[in-house]
Design a protein around this ligand. Structure first.
Ligand code: BGC
Length: 752
């Protein structure tokens, strides 16, 4: 009996083991059979189709609109994660509450604030753009964001646009060359860039309503090239529509811009994201190229209807149309395909790196970019760098020497891990070589009032000052009298109507009485340096009264150190202006023709292709400081440009070489600029256009040859009648120089 029981138990045991093994085997084989959409060895399109085929109508619709201020739903049932967006473009925005603009109060979301994009453009160094992209991409990745809302590439059309500081200047070629490495740097982290704001968002005034009338030549030659480069060369995975209208349609759902140009002409296969609150109509949102709707019923900044997500144009109204059969599911599938592609490229890419956040390495990257972007506009008597054998006492004057600049400006506002102010930087770099005293000099309107030291709902360390102007000025003048040198630090700030989203500036002049103060200080102390911090050109009525002028930008975490390193000569400035500084507003094409800001419903770009230096060249207007201008503490001598052949036939290329020598005693960098000029053409063309540049680093006495290759594409204009780019045979000139108004050598060639 015992034996029998033993046998039975043995058999049962064996059965159990066999069964469990079977179970195991079948579980294993199930695990091995990975669904196609999760199989990273499969082509992405196959994965997209597979995922799509598994999704319900409701799941698909949910992917097309926001579920919180900055996220949209994934498909939890299928393991497809949510999409998480972040501003952009200068650092990773602090977390906000799910359904509120208020900050969430995290204690681990203080980022490195990188320099504003105007600074990046002013480096004229694509390597800096790559470093910027890599660093900010790592920060975004660490914070688990898969879409960075930036960079911005809207062309600088007028110096009053409140958002110019977030863009890459006035020239389509410069902006194109700088945006591509930025995108690649970000996306190598498995984070998508969302290049914005597509398109023609060149003013903040009336941004939610204005229709832009622009001719096709200006559209294709000036306003679109940076976006095209972002799509075709940078391969951006996302693009953001703009608030304004074009051809009477909102740009976030615009047949011409999104379907015809972006998708058909440029073959964009990424996601079109709306600007926050930029969607206005369900039918157009369905058919005119939009994929993801964000921020409806908000102004994108601080207004917002609560929990409105189910009412979004692409939420319940879209679902109902699909369910009733009025809209075909294929329309939905087109969008979801794009979104799935985004997800596979970013947060479902298991091989993407982990990122890093708030690191010293990123802070130093920011400092380096800032150092290369600071522009020395004027330096009479070699006042800079500071000569400590003569200068023993320095008066730093001006509010921007102490003002917090990483906060404010709208959606690009940041919570920085730290921010070195110019005064702190100067004190550190000067050390015990000289005494540094500080006087406020002027106070902006906000900080005059005792009660207002909050920006974007966050308390900041800005210092209020309620003393009467007289007293504040007198203190500054006295400080100037008693010092060997004055460093005035002013410019604009990131308050409304300055460099700030939502509104434009009201004037070209400096605010808060700075012009008068600079005038007085210049009379008091001849050794005066004016440092302007801004993202826009400003008027300088005192330009002839001060020997040295430095243009710097919102340079983020390391702003003060970067500035001080340049003022003290540790770093030799090498930035060049990415936009023209006009003497007065009327020297800008849009103003001269009365075509800015238009009315709330319409603005005409009647200056056409003549934007920035293209306008001043055409009208023979001398700018205050020209596009491409920027001095160094050393001197560069240009030799004669030589050309390998005088004629290009068909698609041939030719090369131009020019020797450039550092003839001073310091090492330094020069941006050698190539402009092309079409001597005669059937359509009007700019006097010259930037078509190449190279930043070279030279030791004292060192000489380098800079070579530019010219191809027919560089000679083309956009023929609006034929709707194509045309290189017209004839004579051309290549002008090589140190800025757009300082051409050092010219050579002729022709296209046959
Ligand atoms: C801005 C965008 C920004 C978005 C989200 C909008 O107001 O125009 O540039 O990315 O808000 O903050």
């Amino acid at each position: 009996m015992k034996k029998l029981t033993y046998l039975i138990m043995l058999m049962l045991g064996l059965l159990a083991v066999t069964f469990s093994c079977r179970q195991k085997v079948s579980v294993d084989s199930d695990e091995q059979k990975i669904p196609v959409y999760l199989d990273e060895s499969k082509p992405i399109e196959q994965r997209v189709e597979d995922a799509l085929s598994r999704m319900t109508l409701e799941e698909k619709v949910k992917m097309c609109h926001a579920q919180s201020k900055f996220s949209s739903a994934g498909v939890p049932r299928l393991g497809i994660p949510d999409n998480w967006m972040t501003d952009g473009p200068h650092g990773i925005r602090p977390e906000v509450l799910w359904d509120e603009w208020d900050q969430a109060g995290w204690t681990n979301d203080s980022c490195i604030a990188f320099p504003a994009l105007t600074c990046l453009a002013a480096t004229w160094n694509p390597d800096m753009a790559a470093l910027y992209g890599k660093s900010i991409g790592e920060e975004a990745r660490y914070r688990n964001k898969n879409v960075l809302l930036g960079p911005g590439v809207n062309i600088y059309r007028t110096p009053l646009n409140g958002r110019n500081f977030e863009y890459l200047g006035e020239d389509p070629y410069l902006a194109s060359r700088m945006v591509v490495p930025y995108i690649r740097g970000v996306q190598q982290n498995g984070v998508a860039t969302c290049v914005k704001h597509f398109a023609l968002n060149n003013q903040e005034k009336f941004r939610h309503t204005v229709n832009v009338e622009v001719d096709d030549r200006a559209l294709y030659e000036i306003y679109l090239p940076a976006f095209k480069a972002a799509v075709q060369e940078g391969k951006t995975w996302a693009i953001m529509g703009s608030y304004n209208r074009y051809k009477e349609q909102w740009c976030c759902h615009n047949q011409y811009l999104l379907n015809d140009i972006l998708r058909k002409e440029w073959n964009f296969d990424g996601v079109v994201v709306s600007d926050w609150g930029g969607v206005n109509n369900t039918e157009q949102a369905i058919y005119n190229g939009l994929d993801m709707e964000f921020g409806s019923w908000t102004d994108g900044l601080n207004e917002g209807a609560s929990d409105a997500y189910n009412n979004y144009y692409l939420a319940a109204p879209f679902l109902n149309l699909l369910k009733s059969g009025k809209v075909k599911e294929e329309e939905l599938d087109k969008k979801v395909r794009n979104i799935l592609r985004l997800v596979f490229r970013t947060n479902m890419n298991t091989k993407r790196p982990w990122g890093s956040f708030g690191t010293e390495e990123h802070a130093l990257a920011g400092r380096k970019i800032a150092q290369e972007g600071i522009v020395l506009l004027q330096n009479r008597n070699d006042l800079l760098p500071i000569d400590f054998t003569k200068i023993k006492k320095i008066a730093v004057i001006g509010e921007n020497a102490v003002k917090v600049m990483t906060v404010g400006g709208g959606s690009s506002s940041l919570k920085a891990k730290y921010e070195i102010s110019p005064l702190e930087g100067i004190k550190k770099y000067v050390g015990n070589k000289a005494e540094v005293v500080y006087a406020r000099g002027y106070v902006n309107d906000k900080l005059r009032k005792k009660d207002n030291i909050k920006q974007d709902g966050v308390e900041i360390n800005d210092v209020i000052d309620t003393r009467p102007t007289r007293e504040i000025t007198a203190e500054a003048v006295k400080a100037a009298q008693n010092a060997d040198m004055v460093i005035f630090i002013g410019g604009l700030n990131k308050y409304d109507f300055q460099d700030c989203e939502g509104n434009d500036r009201k004037e070209l002049g400096l605010p808060y009485g700075q012009d008068q103060l600079i005038g007085e200080l210049a009379k008091t102390n001849k050794n005066m340096v004016v440092v302007l911090i801004s993202g826009n050109a400003t008027a300088m009525p005192w330009v002839n009264d001060v020997p040295a002028i430095v243009q710097t930008w919102y340079n983020g975490t390391e702003a003060g150190n970067a500035l001080a390193s340049v003022l003290t000569g540790e770093v030799n400035p090498s930035g060049k202006l990415p936009f023209t500084f006009p003497v007065k507003l009327e020297d800008n094409g849009a103003f001269a023709l009365g075509e800015y800001p238009g009315n709330s419903l319409n603005v005409k770009y009647n200056e056409g292709i003549f934007v920035g230096y293209r306008w001043t060249d055409k009208q023979k207007i001398k700018p205050l400081f020209a596009f491409g201008h920027g001095l160094s503490y050393t001197t560069f001598t240009y030799g004669k440009a030589s050309i390998d052949k005088k004629q290009m036939v068909g698609n041939e290329t030719l090369t131009i070489t020019i020797p450039v020598k550092n003839t001073g005693i310091r090492e330094g960098a020069e941006v050698v600029q190539l402009y092309l000029s079409d001597v005669e053409s059937s359509l009007p063309r700019p006097v010259k256009e930037l078509k190449g540049f190279e930043k070279i680093f030279l030791k004292p006495g060192e000489e380098k040859n800079v070579t530019f290759t010219i191809n027919t594409d560089m000679l083309k204009y956009f023929d609006d009648k034929q709707h194509q780019w045309v290189a017209e045979p004839g004579d051309f000139k290549a002008l090589i120089g140190s800025s757009s108004d300082d051409i050092r050598s010219t050579t002729d060639f022709s296209l046959r």
